[in-house]
Design a protein around this ligand. Structure first.
Ligand code: SAH
Length: 240
């Protein structure tokens, strides 16, 4: 059953500690408490605590990670926030639709926010099931990162309350974790190399397209096992 404690807010590469504090405050006002920081420039920091104004418990409990992949491992639905589309278009949700998807997920959900200077990289976005764009003035579309956290946190709160009223309980299992999906992609890539579909010297955008395909589907563990069985069989055929 969904609860706001299932939601991890992940901030990647934040340079201004004040933004971390403001994000913690934005989270706490909406009932969110789970904060993860990937390579923050300064943390812990007096400035972050000052800007949190009473939400310092969120900062004290924040987990710090060296890599984005590590911060996602135990998450089952990953949503990246972005002001713009990239070369290969990814499925985009509104904040409201994102909150609805999150509340349908039986597992841990990550909502990811990027650096003040340049947001999230293409490789980071590739690990996301969806992107969220907050509708804005097209000629001035970039919010302060803590303001973006506030909007997503608000929508999550509204969705969670609606869910409680409706008393809905999905019987679907959680999608596979990011860790299981990362292992599946490694297996898929190796198999494609083995069967000479993928040329490691000239990979083009094949894996990126496959990431988009499977991220959109949100495989269950049983489906990952099924596909990996097929990959293993293809590898074995190749070797004989
Ligand atoms: N110049 C950067 C924007 C950085 S803003 C870029 O072009 O990507 C810092 C972060 O705030 C973003 O990575 C994103 O997580 C969030 N953010 C800001 N504006 C947003 C918007 N309109 N929609 C979704 N996320 C937004």
């Amino acid at each position: 059953m969904f609860s706001l404690d299932n939601v991890q807010i992940i901030l990647v590469g934040i340079t201004h500690p004040g933004n971390i504090g403001a994000a913690a405050r934005a989270m706490k006002t909406m009932g969110l408490s789970q904060l993860r920081l990937v390579q923050p420039k300064h943390f812990p920091s007096a400035e972050a605590t000052a800007r949190a104004t009473g939400a310092d418990d969120v900062l004290v409990n924040a987990q710090v990670f060296d890599t984005f992949e590590e911060s996602l491992k135990d998450c089952h639905l990953i949503v990246g926030t972005s002001t713009r589309q990239r070369t290969i278009a990814w499925p985009v949700l509104t904040p409201k639709a994102c909150a609805e998807k999150a509340s349908e997920c039986a597992g841990r959900v990550a909502i990811v926010f990027g650096r003040e200077q340049y947001g999230l990289t293409n490789q980071e976005l590739e690990l996301c099931n969806y992107l969220v764009q907050i509708p804005t003035n097209p000629t001035f579309s970039s919010l302060n990162v803590a303001a973006a956290v506030q909007i997503l946190a608000y929508e999550l709160r509204i969705s969670n309350e609606a869910l409680k009223l409706e008393n809905v309980n999905s019987s679907l299992p959680a999608p596979a974790s990011a860790e299981a999906i990362a292992q599946f992609y490694q297996h898929l890539e190796q198999t494609l190399i083995d069967i000479e579909v993928l040329d490691p010297q000239n990979p083009r955008q094949l894996m990126r397209h496959l990431h988009r395909l499977f991220n959109r589907v949100q495989l269950f563990d049983s489906e990952v096992s099924l596909l990996r069985g097929i990959l293993t069989a293809a590898q074995a055929r190749r070797k004989t």
